[in-house]
Write a protein that binds this ligand. Structure first.
Ligand SMILES: Nc1ncnc2c1ncn2[C@@H]1O[C@H](COP(=O)(O)OP(=O)(O)OP(=O)(O)O)[C@@H](O)[C@H]1O
Ligand SMILES: [Mg+2]
Length: 423
């Protein structure tokens, strides 16, 4: 495999060659070099795990894309650069005095570019109207995450699931046109289900980032935790749901991710004693109808207990993707990535991974175990600073502290669900 340094050298050369031609107005000549530089940068991005570098690569990638689009424009190859800018949306003005109303701007009323401007998927925060129908939608959105930049290459295993979504969503213009010509339905309501800590949220983030990279557009990703959307007060859950869906209409393209979806999509049949469930599900169904008709919007939902979801919601979700417990191979990959550099020769990671698989460790359990192993090393190093690697005893000690979080009854219910709904 080519080294990252060699990739970086080739990238610098390609970028230099592109800039020389671009500055001379040779747009035709610059384009292949820009393309080559973008491809090399993509590969460097995938391989370099340093978060700071990755942020820098994204800004360089954006610069290259801008130049490439400018070249195309100059050569009459495209009318205007593509960007998922906010568009005027029928968003109601907030009621005076409501939270956040003082910060609200009219959509499209742009402020001058400034340094340190916060963006969401490349769109300036100031251009986004967070107050919809008097509800401050921002309080539902999960904005900060360590894992914002994860890609499919970071998601260990799940190759079949990655292929499934790629087949459905990563389509060329020709493929889209063909699908439209035969009246094929848009698959833009995807359900991710699986036991706690298996990686549903992680997968959703990676999918959204891949989509952004594939399309070259700034597709914003809005993540909502449904337990925060649900309210015990009649009518409030429905209003919150409507506000969130209305909010997304400001964007030509976007991903809406509803985590812990069962909190608002609970089965009307099962919830006989809770009068707030029926109206919430009805509202979701109406709002999802609007989403389904727009191929540029993607709705992702995740749940640990799909068997509690309302049947009408389940029948609309396709594909329904199970995020399984990790195999020994996947667990070994994670252990190697996180501990491999400082491993003592007496450690057999393959045997550890087999044991974790048998004990039904989720990815989160595995992450917890890795932290516990690190703690063991820190303690040992404090006692003797010659100890700098993870040995078999540390792993044994950590395994006594961390156990699987999987519950047998949850696993059984999921098995039953899978048997009924597997696609
Ligand atoms: N396929 C994977 N490859 C590598 N790491 C993973 C993978 N899946 C999950 N992880 C790690 O496990 C952690 C837990 O995953 P995540 O929070 O996505 O689980 P979840 O299924 O959404 O859990 P919950 O049901 O509690 O919401 C992540 O923070 C990530 O570090
Ligand atoms: Mg989650």
């Amino acid at each position: 495999m080519e080294s990252i340094n060699s990739l970086k050298n080739r990238f610098v050369e390609a970028k230099k060659a592109a800039e020389l031609r671009y500055n001379q107005g040779d747009y035709q000549g610059a384009m292949p070099y820009l393309q080559q530089a973008a491809e090399l940068l993509g590969e460097i991005y995938r391989r370099d795990i340093n978060q700071k570098n990755r942020e820098l690569y994204v800004s360089i990638r954006d610069q290259i894309t801008e130049r490439f689009n400018h070249c195309k424009q100059e050569l009459g190859l495209s009318p205007a650069p593509k960007k998922a800018a906010p568009r005027p949306a029928p968003v109601n003005k907030p009621a005076p005095g409501k939270p956040g109303s003082d910060k609200t701007m009219t959509v499209g009323d742009k402020q001058p570019e400034g340094e340190g401007k916060k963006t969401n998927g490349g769109i300036a925060e100031e251009d986004i109207n967070y107050v919809v129908n008097g509800i401050d939608v921002k309080r539902f959105l999960v904005t900060e995450s360590r894992e914002k930049e994860v890609l499919f290459s970071d998601v260990v295993g799940m190759e079949r699931e990655k292929r499934t979504v790629q087949r459905e969503l990563f389509l060329s213009e020709e493929q889209k046109a063909f699908k439209a010509s035969i009246g094929a339905k848009n698959k833009n309501f995807i359900l991710l289900y699986g036991l706690p800590g298996t990686g549903k949220t992680y997968f959703a983030m990676a999918l959204s980032n891949e989509l952004r990279q594939f399309s070259g557009e700034d597709i914003p990703f809005f993540s909502v935790i449904c337990t925060q959307v649900k309210s015990p007060h009649p009518g409030e859950t429905e209003n919150n749901i409507i506000a969130i869906f209305e909010f997304t209409k400001q964007f030509d393209r976007c991903v809406l991710f509803m985590d812990e979806f069962d909190a608002i999509g609970y089965s009307r049949q099962l919830a006989t004693g809770d009068p707030t469930v029926g109206p919430a599900v009805n509202t979701l169904l109406t709002q999802l109808g609007g989403f389904a008709s727009n191929p540029n919007l993607l709705f992702l939902a995740a749940t640990n207990c799909p068997y509690n979801l309302d049947g009408a919601l389940l029948s609309r979700a396709s594909p329904k993707i199970e995020v399984p417990l990790p195999s020994a191979q996947v667990l070994q990959g994670t252990l190697e990535r996180k501990l491999g550099k400082h491993l003592a020769p007496d450690v057999d990671l393959s045997a550890v991974a087999q044991r974790l698989e048998q004990s039904k460790f989720s990815n989160r359990d595995c992450s917890n175990l890795i932290e516990a192993i690190k703690d063991e090393l820190i303690d040992a190093h404090e006692a003797d600073d010659m100890i700098v690697s993870y040995d078999a005893n540390m792993i044994k000690a950590a395994l006594k502290k961390v156990t699987s979080s999987v519950k047998r009854d949850e696993e059984e219910k999921l098995e039953e669900f899978k048997a009924q709904y597997a696609e």
